[in-house]
Write a protein that binds this ligand. Structure first.
Ligand code: TA6
Length: 287
């Protein structure tokens, strides 16, 4: 077993799960980030309940995607689109790749972690493009993530993505969500629909809101969480409800009662096109 290594005054690196994992504990919050998937597993401000939900059945050893925290869906969202081809893993391969830790530094406003992923034989077998992907995570009074895609190849690349945040909630009955805008695609029925007033939870839900405000507010019994999105085209809201939770090996049957995904996303069929040597970033901040 490799020893726990101190990286900065507020950040250490361990391998207890079988994957390299950062533990951060600074003046604002505690957080854990796995290098498998550049996956923020936990984030909790001191004296407050956890912001992120992590399944009690989450598999952290790198053998499958991690259920909870903030998976990075990239370079596609959901099933692979036609331009990528069939038989590819859902939500792309960034979340199941081992990322490189480029740096950690402590600052007045929190601990900054910089992670990166570049193309490899394995990535090119799934997606034949040269790229550099970077994730900047600031663990402070807020949790901030910026995902940057750089095209290092000779032809344009097209991508979709999501910062797939699993938020911890007290119960579905306590939740109301505002700022989602009206039109949405109901992925369960395949129909376009209109949001009437605040969103409440009483059944399975999988929706893409394409005209959401920059700030989506999730009001819970004792607190309000804000998801602030930048340079995205949609906000995805997902809860599998009881039947969906029971069908997942890595979620307890009642797990759906303590989570709600509110995801900053790029879901348009056209995706985002990046010319050679150009880059594109989008971001989410959890307040
Ligand atoms: O963001 C919602 C969603 O795309 C749902 O359709 C649901 O399947 C979920 O993500 C989880 O996907 P996963 O591949 O992690 O089981």
């Amino acid at each position: 077993m490799q020893p726990i290594r101190t990286l900065t005054a507020h950040c250490s690196l361990s391998h207890e799960t079988g994957q390299p994992q950062l533990s951060i504990d600074n003046g604002y919050a505690k957080a854990e980030i796995s290098l498998f998937g550049a996956h923020v597993l936990r984030y909790q401000r001191h004296g407050e309940p956890a912001t992120l939900w992590l399944s009690d059945k989450a598999v952290l050893d790198g053998s499958k995607p991690i259920r909870g925290g903030i998976p990075l869906c990239w370079p596609w969202f959901g099933p692979a689109p036609a331009r990528v081809g069939s038989g590819k893993p859902a939500h792309g391969f960034a979340r199941t790749s081992l990322w490189t830790l480029d740096g950690v530094s402590d600052h007045e406003d929190g601990t900054l972690v910089h992670l990166s992923l570049t193309d490899s034989d394995a990535s090119r077998a799934l997606w034949p493009h040269a790229f550099e992907l970077e994730l900047d995570v600031l663990v402070g009074k807020e949790l901030s993530l910026v995902l940057t895609t750089r095209n290092t190849g000779k032809a344009p690349i097209v991508y979709n993505a999501a910062l797939h945040s699993y938020l911890q909630i007290s119960s579905p009955e306590a939740i109301s969500v505002t700022g989602l805008g009206e039109p949405y695609l109901d992925k369960l029925s395949g129909q376009d629909a209109q949001q009437q007033g605040a969103l409440t939870l009483s059944a399975a839900m999988d929706r893409i809101y394409r005209q959401a405000d920059t700030i989506v507010r999730i009001k819970d019994a004792e607190r309000t969480t804000q998801v602030v999105s930048g340079n995205h085209d949609s906000v995805v809201v997902w809860n599998p409800w009881q039947e969906g939770a029971s069908a997942m090996a890595d979620m307890s049957d009642d797990g759906y009662r303590t989570m709600l995904c509110v995801e900053t996303a790029i879901t348009a069929d056209a995706g985002v096109t990046i010319a050679p040597d150009e880059e594109h970033s989008f971001s989410t901040v959890l307040i």
